[in-house]
Design a binder for this molecule. Structure first.
Ligand SMILES: *Cc1c(COP(=O)(O)O)cnc(C)c1O
Length: 386
């Protein structure tokens, strides 16, 4: 997957760590807040930006740097930054680039907390957002005129719709607008938006990159000029840094990412195809069931959704599952489900599920690494009892 002539394949990049101190095959965890200097001159050089010696773990840490280097190789990016959560990567990328009076163009069906960031904090500081259907290129083009950022998420939350990322990148470039894609669904293994001219990619590394449901983290990869500016003006002052321990866990997760994606893909496609045939299922939203001709995806993960007819009692359906657990998030080892109705009824202003008109009959499924036939039997049993 993801091989081109001039570089090692993703599999090799992920598994083959350089030899570290004393021949260690795993990078050391630099559990140190500060890094001292050998001389006055060495300190001066670092502060003037002449050297890159680490200073302080709010700003840089050698374990985190190993992770950033791997992410650049995977995403074909020039530079990267790491954060304490996916939403911190998103908020730093957005807040670091806008000022009062700016306008953002964002596709509909973005991650609900991204929506709340844009409708809440951003709006409060005088930055407005137009939410446009990501499949309507002419509406996007029209809205981009005079905008500051184009924010995409492909495939998107709840409905897993893809956007034409190559066309979007072209439109953004023509309008002088910086483009950002949330690439969490695909992971860097299955989609590389920077290769078609997108400026920045964000990941909730809490999902597939961690892969073991034990880390909350975020990553930003893309153009060096933009990331350097963010590191100079924004990220040290918002302070949402990644710890060395968690960077190490993400490096561990990355080693098996291609293997896990393969298994998620096979199991999820099997279940999605069977659901599409089930009499109680109205629709299945999985990008692999009706692929678009512009898709950049080189495969599919484990996350998709489906809508059930009104004869199914959704709470009873959820309660009678034993392998699929009720829970937010996804990307770990374990199978999960999330009914849209719970999100529709979530407390607080600016509900993306309500504002974008998500059906209360929708259920999101994350197919984990369990045996796929046993997962299918779990769902079949729940249908018969609901
Ligand atoms: C989970 C998620 C986020 C937020 O990431 P956190 O690590 O939970 O902060 C952003 N985008 C998408 C698509 C997600 O699924």
């Amino acid at each position: 997957m993801g091989k081109d002539e001039s570089r090692a394949s993703d599999n090799t990049v992920l598994v083959h760590d350089e030899r570290h101190d004393k021949g260690a095959v795993v990078p050391p965890i630099y559990q140190s807040s500060i890094f001292t200097f050998e001389s006055y001159q060495a300190m001066v050089d670092r502060f003037r930006g002449v050297s890159t010696q680490p200073v302080y773990s709010r700003v840089d840490n050698p374990t985190v740097s190993v992770l950033l280097d791997k992410m650049c190789q995977l995403e074909r990016g020039e530079a990267a930054a790491a954060f304490s959560s996916g939403i911190a990567a998103i908020s730093n990328a957005i807040l670091g680039q806008v000022k009062a009076g700016d306008r953002i163009v964002c596709v509909k069906h973005v991650y609900p907390d991204t929506y709340r960031l844009l409708k809440g904090i951003c709006a409060r500081f005088g930055v407005t957002t137009d939410f446009i259907d990501g499949r309507d290129l002419s509406a996007i083009k029209e809205s981009l005129s005079g905008a500051k950022l184009l924010y995409l998420e492909s495939p998107c939350t709840w409905l897993m719709q893809e956007q034409d990322l190559a066309a979007m990148a072209k439109l953004a470039q023509a309008a002088g607008v910086t483009s950002i894609v949330d690439n969490s669904w695909a992971s860097p293994i299955l989609q590389k938006p920077l290769q078609v001219g997108i400026d920045l990619v964000v990941h909730s590394a809490s999902k597939y990159i961690s892969g073991h449901s034990d880390v909350v983290a975020g990553l930003l990869v893309g153009r060096k000029s933009i990331i350097d500016k963010l590191k100079l003006e924004t990220t040290p002052y918002l302070g949402a840094k990644l710890s060395a321990q968690e960077a190490s866990l993400l490096l561990r997760g990355l080693r098996t990412l291609p293997l896990r994606m393969q298994r998620h893909q096979e199991s999820a496609l099997l279940i999605a195809r069977r659901l599409a045939e089930h009499p109680a299922v109205l629709r299945v939203h999985h990008p692999g069931l009706a692929p678009s001709d512009y898709s950049l995806l080189q495969g599919y993960g484990g996350l998709f959704s489906f809508e059930v007819d009104s004869a199914i009692d959704i709470p009873a359906f959820c309660n009678s599952l034993s392998l699929f657990r009720l829970g937010v998030s996804w990307g770990g080892h374990e199978s999960l489900l999330m009914p849209a109705e719970v999100s529709i009824n979530q407390a607080g202003e600016h509900s993306a599920a309500v504002d974008f008109g998500i059906s209360p009959r929708l259920i999101r499924l994350f197919v984990g690494l369990e045996d796929p036939e046993e997962l299918w039997n779990d769902l079949l049993g729940a249908f018969s009892r609901a």
